[in-house]
Write a protein that binds this ligand. Structure first.
Ligand code: KG4
Ligand code: ZN
Length: 339
């Protein structure tokens, strides 16, 4: 089965053709990041307008790259939740138009399920059940992936998502938006023990995360130093911050794997590109004799191939949408379409 997948939940307009959830025949990503960078973050209205302008050309290119016509695809998969609602609606409405005009099935896909499914593309042997740490710009979750469309949330962030914390701390350090990747690069030249930063815990919820206190500690440290006329070594601060976030994420994941008895651990989402997180998770999983799966860097960020991968399993489970499909700004991962 070959699905045409559409993704427009944030600032990437993307389309892909994916066969049987595992093989990518084409994948096109049009990123708006340069335009949003001048504002220091994604401007929702601009994102919607660019999706509207680009979505047809991006989709046509995905079909051309796969050497297919629209008539040859077996269904249309689309991100319907969660995301910037004005951006999500562009993809949803476009996918509905395609499904209506071709008579093909319409498959609604949860964006975070898509991030997890990026791993199915990269790792043909990966099958649920497994434990997954999903860390992106908008989400930080520890999830039991019980089956392809069955999830149980073990832990979540109480405030900022991991990527959001990276981006806010990076901004305070003077890096361009989105700062996660710049902070990661700077951390290679810094000493992770140079600055003492907190490791916030959520009382009574051992698997939940809280990153806003850590971000505030960085902002306060920079503010105090500037008031005293002291210089801060940005590489050292980047390394110390990254070390703290990675320690928090890894610590919770290891504890959850132990308590719930998982020997297969998966990471997913934009922050799974972080070099510190990847190497620390590798070390921990090796130490415990667990198998670790991580997406290649090309599949960590937003793309439509991951939506096509998850779309296949949603289709198999019978999770199809009608012409009343709507976008949803915020939706837990464990809710199936129509439930
Ligand atoms: O998954 P994603 O592309 O979008 C969402 O669904 O939110 O994640 C984007 C996030 C941004 O916050 C970005 O700064 C972060 O992933 N990110 C990184 C790295 N690469 C991307 N954070 C830390 N280190 C990186 N190397
Ligand atoms: Zn994403």
């Amino acid at each position: 089965m070959r699905l045409l997948a559409i993704e427009s939940s944030c600032d990437e307009t993307a389309a892909a053709i994916v066969e049987n959830g595992r093989t990518v025949l084409s994948s096109v990503i049009n990123s708006q990041v340069e335009e949003h960078r001048q504002y220091g973050g994604v401007v929702p209205e601009i994102a919607s307008r660019r999706h509207t302008e680009n979505i047809i050309a991006v989709t046509q290119k995905a079909l051309d790259d796969a050497g297919m016509t629209l008539g040859e695809v077996d269904g249309i998969a689309v991100t319907y939740a969660p995301g910037l609602i004005g951006a999500v609606l562009v993809g949803v409405n476009f996918a509905k138009g395609l499904a209506l005009s071709t008579g093909k099935p319409l498959v609604p896909v949860h964006h975070i399920r898509g991030h997890i499914a990026a791993n199915y593309i990269a790792h043909p042997d990966l099958k649920p059940p497994f434990l997954c740490l999903v860390v992106s710009g908008g989400h930080s979750h520890l999830i039991e992936v019980l089956d392809y469309t069955k999830f149980r949330i073990i832990g979540r962030t109480r405030d900022d998502a991991a990527g959001e914390a990276f981006d806010k701390a990076a901004r305070a350090m003077g890096f361009p938006y989105p700062g996660g990747v710049f902070l990661d690069k700077a951390s290679h030249n810094g000493d992770p023990a140079a600055y003492k930063l907190p490791r916030p815990r959520v009382e009574g919820s051992p698997y939940d995360f809280s990153f806003s206190g850590l971000k505030t500690a960085v902002v306060n440290l920079l503010h105090n130093a500037s008031q005293k006329g002291e210089t801060v070594n940005t590489d050292d601060l980047a390394a110390s911050f990254q070390n703290a976030v990675v320690e928090i994420l890894t610590d919770r994941t290891v504890k959850a794997a132990q308590e719930f008895g998982y020997e297969t651990v998966v990471i997913a989402g934009g922050v799974s590109a972080n070099s510190g997180l990847r190497s620390r998770m590798e070390k921990e999983c090796q130490k415990h004799g667990w198998k670790l799966y991580q997406p290649p860097l090309s599949l960590c960020g937003d793309n439509a191939a991951m939506i096509g991968a998850q779309g296949f399993y949603e289709f198999e489970a019978g999770h199809l949408a009608g012409m009343d499909l709507n976008g949803i700004a915020s939706l837990p991962i464990d809710v199936n379409y129509g439930e």
